[in-house]
Design a protein around this ligand. Structure first.
Ligand code: GUN
Length: 291
């Protein structure tokens, strides 16, 4: 048997078309377009690429977008001031501060400064708390995208054994909350988990989100399981100056013959994250313009 490969790029495109149709409807009704403000601090090349892709996707969907670039040594006060300005800007419905922030900046304080109604990353304590209480308003984009993929694939979650590897605020924790809301039996594993393989082998649905290339091997996967690979790891380049290959947390070679379904890297979860950012921004705009 060989796993069915889940096409995240195709699903991401379908979600983006749905969002673009929602934006067109707003514009046709004479309303202003949804607006996204992105704050990029420092010059990390990977972050710059992510941010460029996010703003390009916004423009494709005919949304308004603003990008604020600050130098790595901008300091906490300037970053907070940029967030405050976007909070007050009435054309902006969603705010995203690209993470990780350069060393020396307090990311928690920056996230807490975002207006929770504009927090399209779903990372503000109010939104994280709402999700933990089972009453989500805005859900972080990557786990929301994973849920879309599971729904699209008609994966049964009620009563299923779901195992999440990783406990980050941006993926692992909200992922576990969403699976719990879908009535799965959820286990969260992390770097101190005693026997990782013993736990992951129980999973009907296995989510790998740790940032460790090839951590999940075929021997750690239950036959027929749905395996979602959230990892984005850049391998060292084969020759100096070249770009290293992008791989996930799942060792595709050994997992593909065992799993029932598998998301690839790239073209798996990545495109879903951007699609859900646009979806969250459209929803925020609808809330802001309601009534
Ligand atoms: N860095 C990597 N992924 C993300 C994301 O989803 N949101 C933000 N703000 N930063 C990120």
């Amino acid at each position: 048997m060989s796993a069915r490969i889940i096409d995240g790029a195709a699903l991401g495109l379908r979600i983006r078309e749905r969002v673009a149709a929602g934006v067109a409807e707003m514009l046709d009704a004479g309303r202003r377009p949804p607006g996204l403000g992105v704050v990029l601090v420092g010059d990390d090349p990977a972050s710059a690429v992510y941010v460029r892709n996010k703003t390009a996707a916004c423009e494709q969907a005919r949304m308004h977008s603003v990008q604020v670039n600050l130098p790595a040594d901008a300091g906490q006060a300037r970053v907070l001031a940029a967030v405050g300005e976007l909070n007050r800007d009435r054309r902006i419905d969603g705010i995203l501060v690209q993470l990780p922030l350069p060393a020396g900046l307090d990311a928690d304080a920056v996230i807490a400064a975002i207006d929770p109604g504009k927090d399209v990353d779903g990372l503000h304590p109010e939104n994280a708390g709402r999700l933990a209480l089972g009453r989500p308003l805005v859900v972080p984009c990557t786990p929301a995208g994973v849920m879309e993929a599971l729904r699209d694939e008609e994966v049964e979650l009620r009563g299923a054994e779901a195992v999440v590897v990783g406990r980050s605020n941006i993926v692992g924790r909200p992922m576990a909350q969403l699976l719990l809301l879908a009535d799965a039996t959820v286990t969260v594993c992390h770097s101190r988990t005693r026997d990782l393989g013993e736990v992951t082998r129980r999973a009907d649905v296995l989510i790998a989100a740790v940032g460790h290339a090839g951590l999940i091997t075929g021997a750690m996967v239950k036959p027929g399981a749905t395996v979602i690979d959230v990892g984005m790891n850049r391998l060292p380049p084969a020759e100096p100056g070249a770009k290293g290959r992008l791989v996930g947390d799942v060792d595709r070679e050994s997992v593909e013959p065992v799993a029932g379904r598998l998301t690839p890297v790239p073209r798996g979860v990545g495109p879903l994250t951007i699609a859900m950012l646009l979806s969250n921004t459209l929803e925020a705009a609808r809330r802001h313009q309601a009534g």
